[in-house]
Write a protein that binds this ligand. Sequence first.
Ligand code: NAP
Ligand code: MG
Length: 406
Amino acid sequence: MAKIQMKTPLVEMDGDEMTRIIWKMIKDELLTPFVDLKTEYYDLGLKERERTKDAVTYDSAYAAKKYGVAVKCATITPNKQRVEEYNLSEMWKSPNGTIRAILDGTVFRTPIIIDSVKPVVKNWEKPITIARHAYGDVYKATEYRVPCEGKAELVFTDSSGKETFRETVYDFECPGVLQSQYNKDSSIISFAHSCFRYAIDTKQDLWFSTKDTISKKYDQTFKLIFEDIYEKDYKEKFEELGIEYFYTLIDDAVARVIRSRGGYIWACKNYDGDVMSDMVSTAFGSLAMMTSVLVSPDGKFEYEAAHGTVTRHYYRYLKGEETSTNPMATIYAWTGALRKRGELDALPELCEFADKLEAACIKTLDSGIMTKDLVGLVSEGYPAKAVNTAEFISEIRKNLEASICG
Ligand code: NAP
Ligand code: MG
């Protein structure tokens, strides 16, 4: 059977540990037998980052900017222990942080849902995608532990040196705490564009929530920027697609999310997104079933799994022990990237292949063949048998072959 041909290469970012092992298995078993895979390969494994002084990470991000679609394997973010383990000359920065800064993108996390694993919230029928504005606010705040009585003020001096704002924050009569946060219009604008684009891309409603009734300048600015960009650039397209942009207060959003059936994107400020994405992903089941895509404001896409390199499994693998690591999120990173490449290059057969591979994965799980992590989550009355990673992938391949040849 003729392999599916590609036009533009995908930017392939290889990674570390167990996910690097799975990466190769997925390519060998599920991709290259069916697709004449065209990729521009970057090895973001920690050894290669060390050898190139991290240049490879920057090169891969610029390639993603150039070609528009990338697929990334999980990578180690070095800490003190990793510096020793890999004998690093420097504690290299998180590759995800570097790539995100270069693409100026927003991360969208979406759970993969199967019938046998019921979300904790029983009315959730479709995935809820969380978009987190990963810049500023409390993550870039300046803090002070106030030790004694005294006055705290907020002061702004413009670039000509003129003081244009001064207001008392609090007259402390005892010790306390103090914090100042900031954000930038440019970052909020990028965030808004990424969110509206991704809503159009996935044909889903977009919700956005802040606390603008209390934060009348800070959060209000977020609200107004979103509104303005929606009216100017996206309203027509949303109406044409029959999707909705919906702004509400964060507390109202939380209540509505719990009562909803899912099937929309929820854009959150930095802290809300941090907290809510952990809540939503736990309520849907498993980190191993969470996909993630970085979308830049000018429409570049980088697909990956939300989980890390699964170090504990890798150490067992190195000892020759059998591992049952779940490859679902990594497979979906590939299908997401291939489908997007297919859309951009007008290759319907590539999009169809991505659909078929995902369907083969779901069929495998529905038949009860799954990795260990999922078995404990399956509801009563559904089949569930734990297999190792290789067996799971080979079962997916059987289902894929049946659907392609059948
Ligand atoms: P992790 O790799 O996500 O794994 C944490 C635990 O979650 C695992 O030990 C495993 O639990 C379970 N798990 C995660 N993914 C799984 C899968 N696909 N199948 C089955 N079980 C899975 O997080 P970590 O151990 O905190 O981090 C390991 C390394 O990954 C670190 O060096 C970190 O820097 C890196 N990291 C990278 C990214 C990224 O590149 N996007 C993201 C996060 C972390 P059990 O051991 O109980 O089976
Ligand atoms: Mg968190």
